[in-house]
Design a protein. Sequence first.
Length: 332
Amino acid sequence: MRADRLLSLLLLLQNRGRMTAPELAAELEVSVRTVYRDVEALGASGVPVLADRGPAGGYRLADGYRTRLTGLTDAQAGSLFLAGAPGPARELGLGAELAAAQLKLQAALPAALAERARTIQDRFHLDAPAWFRDADPVPHLARIAQAVWDQRVLHTHYRRWGGEVHRALHPLGLVLKGGIWYLVARAVSSVESAEAPESVDSVRTYRVSRFLAVDTAADAFERPAGFELAAYWGESTRRLDAVLHQQTADLRLSPRGQRLLPMRFGAAGVRALAAAGPADAEGWVRIRLPVESEAVAVGDLLRLGTDAEVLGPPELRSALAGTVAALAARYR
């Protein structure tokens, strides 16, 4: 809306001082011609916007002028929890709200605190997604987020590992983990009668990029009494870790392998190294590393190359030896 844009333009000039028309256009995501019209509109409403000519010119407010129009809307206040993550804010449809909320906060702060806030913003940045991986396409994220907020039932078409399913969900919350969005929801119905009973009327986690279609129903739902998103997520990740890491590999690691392990296995690798035995004369250490199923573990351990030797369990060592032999035969 134009009124919101005019207020944003005013706050930009108040918070940052002199700005050129192209700079304002980039911040407001409009054309330079629109900036010219908006500046004229501000002037006509009594705001003292001055235009300085020349290479160092631009628009600025008259000395001493400050607005106190800094009240936050509901959407802007709700966007502040994403202040360090502008990318996720845009994905949730809150990018413009977050920018407006930040401008209003800066305008309301005393000069010293506002300057410190700008310094922090210049020197620290949060980038949630992992390296070397494209972000999931999440075309339905904004609609799902609105349903979470409004507590509206979602009728969904979802792609699972075992096929596709149509379900009615009570969306309870969204989680951004490693650059991937997940929906925590309670499944209340399914068109597949062959599903296991626990699939319905239970709180589960869904990867947002796997929703093929989402339709928001008119009817609302009641959140489960006592449900806490953070507590559910913490317990869910602990359960997943216990399910995935059902066996432990006994390894020898070279000095290079010790440097690679945290990069390949994350926190599990860090913990395994911390509990490692003393190094031998060549610098190799022996560790015990939690791993997933045999098939997954073979692929994961091969990433360490010749800087790791699997000592046990015997079945895993045999499986790894068989894979290496097959690779050698293929490339011989």
